[in-house]
Design a protein around this ligand. Sequence first.
Ligand code: T4K
Length: 376
Amino acid sequence: MVKQIMNMDNNIITVTSPLLPDLEEFHALLKDIWDRKWITNNGTFHKELEKALAEYLKVPYVSLFTNGTLPLITALQALRISGEVITTPYSFVATTHALWWNGIKPVFVDIEADSGCMDPNKIEAAITPKTTAIMPVHVYGRPCNISAIQQIADKYGLKVIYDAAHAFGVEQNGKSVLNAGDMSTLSFHATKVFNTVEGGAMIMHDAQTKQRVDYLKNFGFAGETEVVAPGINSKMDEIRSAYGLLNLRQVDTAIEARHQVAIRYREVLKDVEGITYWNDIPGVRHNYSYFPIFVDAKEYGMTRDELYFKMKEQNVWGRRYFYPLISTFSTYRGLDSAKPENLPVATKMADEVICLPMHHALTEEDIERIINCIIR
Ligand code: T4K
């Protein structure tokens, strides 16, 4: 309640702001839905959005979901993953929860300091006879070391499921990172570069797998009377599909606006001692979904939390994504792999990070206010 009241204060700059379709255009599509009286279960707009997304994202098949957590849970079901899965502690908690909901033991490995993604050099030591898959995250939309991860997966006969919740539209050397591994999943939550209010998707390589996933997200129904698996209900409805179709038309403009914000931040922050950030990677089409900075308390003269709360006092609401590490939460901290000494890079990153406000609607004035909180 408090949060809601505070959010209405226009003076607050939040970490993100949703990309909203034009209301009149949305109304026109709602009228179509009202006329058709077909409001969910693989309707016209649902089919159109799957097709449009496959084209935009340069991927062969897309299956829409009702959020970004259920495709993770369903991908593990579809590939019949069990036992242990190697994953990263540096993510949103949904990544690891998806394993837990499938009765799978997460095995955490450390991350790379220059990307925040799973460190491929740490994977082999974590493999046991029970390991069946690797679940990395393209965190903040920065691509994982896809080829190194695939080499290990091939050597040990493991599946790879990418949590690509942050990687909408990210490409490396002209190819979508969403084609990597056996499957990738996306989140279309309000806070993402491309949103359908709530929503998500799974990307797969072949029609047969799409068919199976489409059964799984519809209770396992493979026809009117046949149920082939204990599926779940995670279908996207027509209203959010229509909203998504409209947002897809403006997402490139939004990504370019985010890019300009990143350029401004980098121009100024390069001269601030004790604050570091990442540059763009040559050959990568970034989506600028987040702008993490890292605070070296000694050099900067202030801890990350001191800066975070100082910003908050001035109504600049960055976020400490991803602090605390997933491995420190009560569900997971008892695992051997969750020990902080196993995860030194992730522990340090979680202690130093602040994601600065980053969205398409930030004004020059907003950016000045944000920067002025950081430069002393
Ligand atoms: N995997 C990864 C790697 C993920 O990051 C996520 C989700 C998932 C899987 C699961 O996908 P979903 O099942 O969620 O589709 C947010 C999001 O709820 C979550 O989707 C996201 N990752 C995570 C990183 O962040 P919160 O609790 O930090 O969001 P919240 O409500 O505090 O919003 C942040 C700011 O955004 C607000 O201060 C203001 C702004 N905002 C937010 C909403 C919801 C708006 O301006 N309007 C809005 O409607 O979790």
